[in-house]
Ligand binder design. Structure first.
Ligand code: PLP
Length: 384
């Protein structure tokens, strides 16, 4: 089965991991700060805090931005559940903004409308989490302007988008957000096995996230609340977690950063080929906005209205032909957990219509060059 995505592990990666295994530190050693520095430098952000997953990083970012009970977090329905769950972990309420019908990212006009209504109702969000869906960067500058106007914090869920850029600005630079989150799950652009990272340009926010990552404990002399009575001394200053990344994972991640640009370039080549092969078929590919470089974590298509009823059949045919296609995403608000919180079908019609007709086709840098042609043959036969 050729999956919709797959990791690439090289001899360099194996050597980097082996080196850590033979060293003194499996965790809390030098490999984690090295990985953090590489990602921060690549993206042009001042600080990076590695964690054991993007889900942990989202949780810690929300807490560090002050999200708590009674507050509100907004994200999109067309995402992985973690983009919304981070708000629930903090005891906040979650709401959604529908997606744009062409880019499948958050509809920034819908966001502006919803903010105006929320201000009138006295219930503005504290945190908004846009997602760079499939690696296609959203217009962060527009969202940042709205954040200044309405006073909310912005966490970019860039789990799909390391290596992407918009108007020359790398995703992760945090120029137009408070925090940006990356995931290093094996299906993403680069991997550390499991892992995530929070980037920010705000030193105080970074420090707060570092504390939350490791039990709320510090040993650093200048941060202590009381003078240290001896060299054993540390303080737990807040309720934190054990969300640390190990050095084993960090070594793998740092080794992969070196190949990031090559991966993104290959993903773009394969995506261009898909686009050319699919051009005559009754379906829509994700709109690419001018000036944007997608990292193409996913290559998704949406069947046209006339053939949307063949959605399930297309999944069956592609899977029978050996292509492990998937749906990104079943709308989060329609998951049983969120339905129990009061959401229902019809709440976010664009994301719902998209999910009823979308398929993610296989795309990863090491897949055979003839996969797009073979996949499109099955698609054409099913829709024709
Ligand atoms: C993968 C993913 C996450 C979660 O990443 P983990 O590292 O597995 O916790 C969060 N948001 C989005 C959009 C994702 O695709």
């Amino acid at each position: 089965m050729i999956s919709y995505g797959r990791q690439d592990i090289t001899e360099d990666d194996l050597r980097a991991v082996e080196e850590v295994l033979r060293s003194d530190f499996l965790t809390q050693g030098p490999a984690v700060p090295r990985f953090e520095a590489r990602v921060a430098e690549r993206c042009g952000a001042r600080h990076a805090v590695a964690m054991n997953s993007a889900t942990s990083a989202l949780h810690v970012a929300c807490l560090a931005l002050g999200l708590g009970p009674g507050d509100l977090l907004w994200t999109v329905p067309n995402t992985f559940v973690a983009s919304a769950n981070c708000g629930r972990y903090c005891g906040a309420d979650v709401d959604f903004v529908d997606i744009d019908r062409d880019t499948w990212n958050m509809d920034t006009a819908a966001l502006a409308d919803k903010l105006a209504r929320a201000r009138a109702a006295g219930r503005l969000p504290k945190v908004v989490v846009p997602v760079h869906f499939a690696g296609q960067p959203i217009d962060q500058e527009r969202i940042w302007a709205l954040a200044q106007e309405y006073g909310f914090k912005v966490i970019e869920d860039a789990s799909h988008a390391i290596g992407a850029a918009r108007n020359g600005e790398a995703v992760g630079s945090c120029r137009w957000s408070h925090v940006t989150i990356f995931s290093f799950h094996p299906v993403k652009i680069i991997t550390s096995g499991e892992g995530g990272m929070a980037l920010t340009n705000d030193a105080a926010l970074a420090e707060h996230m570092v504390l939350l990552r490791s039990h709320g404990i510090t040993r650093e002399a200048e941060r202590l609340e009381s003078p240290a009575p001896g060299p054993w001394y540390y303080e737990q200053q807040m309720l934190g977690f054990n969300y640390r990344m190990t050095d084993i994972h960090a070594a793998l991640g740092a080794s992969q950063v070196a190949r990031l640009d090559g991966y993104v370039a290959r993903r773009n080549e394969l995506a261009l080929e898909y686009r050319a092969l699919l051009a005559a078929l009754p379906l829509q590919c994700q709109a690419v906005e001018p000036g944007s470089l997608s990292s193409y974590h996913l290559f998704a298509v949406q069947l046209g209205e006339g053939v949307a009823d063949r959605h399930a059949r297309l999944f069956d045919r592609l899977r029978s032909a050996g292509f492990g296609v998937n749906l990104h995403y079943m709308p989060v608000h329609l998951q049983p957990y969120y339905r129990r919180l009061g959401f229902k079908a019809g709440d976010f019609p664009v994301a719902e219509a998209y999910a009823q007709a979308a398929v993610t086709l296989p795309l990863f840098p090491t897949m055979d060059a003839d996969v797009p042609r073979c996949v499109v043959e099955v698609v054409a036969a099913t829709l024709g």
